[in-house]
Design a protein around this ligand. Structure first.
Ligand code: NAI
Ligand code: AKG
Length: 449
């Protein structure tokens, strides 16, 4: 069982005390601190000058009121957040989430994870995250626009191409980025393409950004399987979620010859023994913004829908949790292991509970943590920033090939770091240490700031 080294215990205590009532942030910080014991034992200089304490403390947290008017002419109030976690490697970078569960602790955990993830990409981006407790479900397009505009009226003074560069996350896709970009441009009277990523192609977006997180997760999975002489071809896969990450993870797995038999949304899951028809999922989710239950009705034989329940009961070789944090717990992991799962790669951020991760690792199941496996999205956002800075637009093939190269490098770096620190195959430890060392080296060079 992993524990936090005695020397790092006071840091964990401070994190717990200072961020009371924020269980997701505690969980993310504890996992990283569990890994860092090995670094400090070998290289004590990494704990000098409160370096680890500083990495656990966000540089800035912004909370603001977002007033807007709904279609019934009623004033609604939501809360907006941006946690600018660490800028040692570049401007803060990370998505914006619109979901009723959003609070400062969730945004903080996401910003913390983002800092290490972005470091793993090897690109010049710091870590941040934002969002609101606004629930887009059931809202009209006009309501979404008014909300995004009001959100940007406050956020615009805290972001910029060289300051902080938001993007999408749960509930925020190209439509919302478009509305926010429009308002930013109006408020600043300046076409600053590099201030947001995930933009539409006609006004500075990057090809392959939409596909990047899911594709990247599939690339990472393939590299991980290769270490055991296996590949995704012929593997039976289960993917939770049916949003941006899930859809494009499924697309790449299918192109590798894998068979995806189940996916879900927050209401339930579908099982299709013929293999998921992705064009139907895209039609329901990307075009109609409907429910996954509609798939079963349209698809017919060989397919069924389960309301509620656990998608992890569906036997598979590969499990890709691509929905949300802590969606796969210890009992789900037990069932997956009993059913013979060979590999798990997190497309979402922290979807597996610590107990689930432990069960996978104890059972020798290949396990890829989100901060490594889903880094393809933010990496391609950084490629979007490069294209914006040079006023260029790359082809899909060129962008995807850069993404593939980046994911291969992230895999190698996690794999090699785990070996170097005496725990071969432990991608959690490999990712945490490899990400930490990059951020820490930059912070040490800059003095106490
Ligand atoms: N969009 C991106 O580029 C990146 C997203 N991520 C992470 O991937 C995850 C998914 O994000 P997106 O696909 O962008 O969001 P999305 O809004 O496009 O899709 C989210 C999906 O998860 C489903 N979902 C939400 N709660 C659920 C629950 N409790 N059980 C089952 N399904 C549930 C929703 O119905 C939806 O299908 C999040 O954890 C996000 O932080 C990570 C890296 C980059
Ligand atoms: O593309 C980005 O900047 C952020 C993506 C994101 O939010 C994430 O990696 O979790």
């Amino acid at each position: 069982m992993n524990t936090v080294d005695e020397k790092l215990q006071p840091i964990l205590s401070t994190v717990l005390h200072r961020n009371a009532g924020e269980p997701e942030f505690h969980q993310a910080a504890r996992e990283v601190l569990e890994s860092l014991g090995r670094v400090v034992a070998r290289k004590p200089e990494y704990s000098d000058e409160a370096l680890i304490e500083r990495i656990c403390e966000p540089e800035r947290q912004i909370i603001f009121r977002v007033p807007w008017i709904d279609d019934n002419n009623q004033v609604q109030i939501n809360r907006g957040f941006r946690v600018q976690f660490n800028s040692a490697l570049g401007p803060y970078k990370g998505g914006i989430r619109f979901h009723p569960s959003v609070n400062v602790g969730i945004i903080k955990f996401l910003g913390f994870e983002q800092t290490f993830k972005n470091a793993l990409t090897g690109l010049p981006i710091g870590g941040g995250k934002g969002g609101s407790d606004f629930d887009p479900k059931g809202r009209s397009d006009r309501e979404i626009m008014r909300f995004c505009q009001s959100f940007m009226v406050e956020l615009h003074r805290h972001i910029g191409e060289y300051v902080d560069v938001p993007a999408g996350d749960i509930g925020v896709g190209a439509r919302e980025i478009g509305y926010m970009f429009g308002m930013y441009k109006r408020l600043n009277n300046r076409f600053e393409a590099g201030v947001l990523t995930g933009k539409g192609l006609v006004y500075g977006g990057s090809r392959a950004r939409k596909e990047a997180t899911g594709f990247g997760t599939a690339f990472f999975l393939r590299s991980m399987l290769e270490t055991r002489g296996a590949d995704p071809e012929g593997m039976r896969c289960v993917v939770s979620g049916s949003g941006n990450v899930a859809i494009y993870a499924m697309e790449k797995i299918i192109s590798f010859g894998g068979k995806v038999v189940a996916c879900s949304d927050s209401a339930g899951y579908i099982v299709d023994e013929n293999g998921i028809d992705l064009s139907l999922v895209k039609q329901i989710k990307e075009e109609k913004r409907g429910r996954i239950s509609e798939y079963a009705a349209l698809r017919g034989d060989g397919c069924h829908y389960v309301e509620g329940g656990s998608i992890w009961d569906v036997p598979c070789d590969v499990a890709l949790p691509c929905a949300t944090q802590n969606e796969l717990n210890g009992s789900n992991a037990k069932v997956l292991v009993e059913n013979g799962v060979k590999a798990v790669a997190e497309g979402a951020n922290m979807p597996c509970t610590p107990e689930a991760v432990r069960l996978f690792q104890d059972a020798n199941v290949l396990f890829a943590p989100g901060k490594a496996a889903n880094a393809g999205g933010v990496a391609t956002s950084a490629l979007e920033m490069q294209q914006n800075a040079s006023r260029d637009s790359w082809s899909f093939a060129q962008t995807e090939s850069r993404l593939e190269e980046i994911m291969t490098n992230i895999h190698a770096s996690c794999h090699e770091t785990a070996e170097e620190y005496g725990v071969p195959g432990d991608y959690v430890l490999g990712a945490n240490i490899a990400g930490f060392v990059r951020v820490a080296d930059a912070m040490r060079a800059m003095g106490v700031i």
